[in-house]
Design a protein around this ligand. Sequence first.
Ligand SMILES: C[S@@+](CC[C@H](N)C(=O)[O-])C[C@H]1O[C@@H](n2cnc3c(N)ncnc32)[C@H](O)[C@@H]1O
Length: 277
Amino acid sequence: MSDVEYPAVLASGDVPRPGEVWLVGAGPGDPGLLTLRAAEALKRADLVLHDALPGRAVLRLVRAGATILNVGKRKGQAPMSQARINARLIEGARAGQRVVRLKGGDPFVFGRGGEEAIALAEADVAWRVVPGVSAGLAAPAAAGIPLTHRGVASAVTFVTGHDEAGALPDNVDWAALAQAGGTIAAFMALTRLDEIALRLLAAGRDPATPVAVVSQASLPGQAVLRTTLGAATLAVRRSGIATPALIVIGAVAGLAAQLLPALPVPVEAVARRRAGT
Ligand SMILES: C[S@@+](CC[C@H](N)C(=O)[O-])C[C@H]1O[C@@H](n2cnc3c(N)ncnc32)[C@H](O)[C@@H]1O
């Protein structure tokens, strides 16, 4: 008997079948970064539950007559609880609908896609995942930052700056990350940057380590703030840079200066205008 498994969870058909739930990655916001499979799934879905991150341009692909539910944070309203989202997905599937659960970036990167997949499997609902372009990849690319670079960074860590209560997660070993020396790509970390910087500096990371804060990557408000680990907290506070933002920490963030002239949009200009410098 072989130990090799061939799981059928990666969406392989073109569109969800009735009674299936597809967990679909919407990418970082620009509809041009949506996968073809995600676009097809949206066009054929009967019910779409989406977070706050996927933009209007992506949602325009949903066919007229389909039900669209925003289950993320909306002005003045709390997001729908995870338990209610799970229940709604299961209810839709049991009613024979083609259900798409649309999430910013990739569903399995800080997107709770795993929790939803477990709930669906436990309820015996067929589910599939359509990977998306994570902000962890798209945001550095938008700023001309290669996450890895020969001779500069041979490893990259995706980390969150936010646990369920909004605090810095206590199961992340920041000292080990500091000493590992590779690139750190921090999600949901803007409000915790001061603590992150302190921990990395305390563990020996050089205060001159380049840092780039990439805001609203691929969206019209895209902006980049370039700073250093030692100066990052103050620079972010002064800039008023907007969320969502991804923070890239490491020598690769300093390479963008060489690469920027090749970029079509002078992304730093927006951050400078906002910062009033
Ligand atoms: C709940 S996590 C979702 C991550 C998503 N599943 C992914 O793979 O990109 C939300 C965080 O992703 C990052 N993010 C999402 N979209 C972004 C964008 N367009 N530009 C910069 N960062 C973004 C921010 O750090 C934001 O706080």
